[in-house]
Write a protein of this length. Structure first.
Length: 147
């Protein structure tokens, strides 16, 4: 059985299910509020182009207390980082230290936690050894502060 998206991201964050779904800890905002359908290979199609411009900036503005945004996947990274995003997802995530300090709120780029990215994770061991410990430390600081 392959791990599901919520369990993978919770593992990456180092939080329990209860902590993850506590709205005092996390706001989970998709790039689109509608399922875009599947491509010929069975993967999700990209988010619909009209969705994020209609609502994303307004929702972010309604949550000024947010001090760390996890830009998960290339679509979120493109939206939030714009020209600051590198040419590839790998380059953007690898350059997380620069990205983190370049925006307010702080932005941390992550790959999508899909099982389809298990090969990417194996090819990029620095993600688990460098970025994830930092992410867990940052999240623990914030979640513990909300307890």
């Amino acid at each position: 059985m392959r791990p599901g998206l919520p369990s993978t991201i919770r593992d990456w964050l180092g939080v329990s299910r209860a902590q993850f779904y506590d709205s005092d800890n996390f706001a989970i905002l998709p790039m689109g509020f509608c399922f875009p359908g599947l491509d010929a290979a069975g993967g999700d199609l990209p988010p619909r182009r009209e969705c994020a411009p209609l609502w994303r900036a307004r929702l972010m503005a309604a949550m000024p207390q947010i001090d760390l945004v996890l830009a998960i996947g290339i679509y979120a990274q493109s939206w939030h980082l714009g020209a600051a995003r590198s040419a590839s997802l790998t380059d953007t995530v690898r350059d997380w230290r620069r990205v983190l300090g370049a925006a307010a709120p702080a932005m941390l780029p992550l790959p999508h936690p899909s099982w389809r990215n298990s090969g990417w994770l194996k090819r990029n061991p620095w993600f688990g050894t460098d970025l994830l410990p930092f992410l867990k430390e940052q999240i623990a600081h914030r979640v513990d502060g909300n307890s």
